[in-house]
Design a protein around this ligand. Structure first.
Ligand code: BG6
Length: 299
């Protein structure tokens, strides 16, 4: 649909590009110059830039972008599970798969009457345990907000259950300079203590060692404050009760081949997620989850 009264040069653009391995990517740009890059490998958002060209998502300089390896950074989608369970790979297979651009609604370029640039992707799976269609809409609004809307439909005759996390790697100045608000008093499962349940005691979460937690039933807005960069990320979510917080710190960073030894200082994963209570879908049922990321600058 063409927004009325908007001249050509002010319209959002949606372009198909390729990375160095020849993998298709989609570049969304809004009329002010903000942009979002999404790879069809994993349906993974790899870049989110402001209209000044500042990158808001972390990607490791050592990331391996050759499929099926998921890129260390951006927003990999952990689905149909978070973590490890049974024979499925860690964080599921959606981030390893090639996704397709949905033909209907029509292909590029796509923008709506509010000048929001968007792309609709789809992943299918026909495994006997996990038969689904996963529709993903990634959009970039005029104000630079990034939204991911997921619709998962069970296309099997049998029910299936899944967990999901948008494993968002925020780019930060220094891990010791940031704090996360919105998780106070919540219970969390600590992956560093075999998923034991604890209750958050502090006013805000700050970092001085490895953190690997799933906060349960959080409110729908969580904030990441970065004092040095004078910016705050707001994470708004719907249908995603849990929040993962992960920073590997020095020892684990050294053990990860696709993360530089010092890079843990400049990344923090805070994920909208549904983990503790898996989502059950009967045949033909559909689930929707929404993640909206925005940036607030302070002076
Ligand atoms: C975290 C997990 O959320 O994701 C960690 O709890 C894991 O245990 C991390 O190391 C990154 O996972 P991966 O598979 O991308 O290396």
């Amino acid at each position: 649909m063409e927004p009325s009264g908007v001249s050509d040069e002010k319209r959002p653009t949606v372009d198909l590009i390729k990375d160095k391995n020849g993998t298709d990517q989609i570049l969304l740009q809004n009329p002010k110059g903000a942009s979002v890059k999404i790879s069809l490998h994993g349906g993974q958002v790899l870049s989110w830039k402001t209209d000044k060209g500042d990158e808001l998502l972390f990607t490791s300089a050592k990331a391996n972008s050759k499929p099926p390896h998921p890129v260390r950074g951006g927003i990999p989608i952990c689905f149909p599970q978070f973590g490890t369970r049974g024979s499925l790979e860690q964080h599921g297979f959606a981030r390893n798969k090639m996704w397709l651009v949905e033909e209907n609604p029509p292909a590029l370029p796509s923008f709506d009457s509010t000048n929001k640039a968007y792309i609709d992707l789809i992943a299918y799976n026909n495994h006997s345990c996990f038969s689904f269609e996963f529709h993903l809409r990634v959009s970039l609004a005029l104000d630079g907000n990034l939204t991911l809307i997921s619709r998962v439909r069970n296309i099997n005759s049998k029910p299936f259950s899944f967990s999901i996390a948008y494993h968002t790697y925020f780019s930060i100045s220094d891990i010791s300079e940031v704090r996360v608000e919105g998780l106070e008093t919540l219970d969390y499962l600590d992956n560093l203590f075999e998923k034991e349940r604890f209750t958050e005691q502090g006013d805000a979460l700050t970092f001085e060692s490895e953190v690997d937690r799933v906060y349960l039933n959080s409110r729908d807005v969580v904030a990441v404050f970065d004092h040095e960069k004078k910016r705050t990320f707001l994470i708004k979510k719907e249908g995603l009760p849990d929040v993962v917080v992960w920073n590997p710190w020095d020892k684990k960073a050294k053990a990860l081949t696709d993360l530089g030894d010092e890079e843990y200082k400049h990344m923090l994963c805070v994920d909208g997620a549904a983990i503790e209570k898996p989502i059950n879908l009967k045949s033909g049922e559909e689930w929707t989850g929404k993640l909206n990321l925005s940036l607030v600058l302070s002076t």
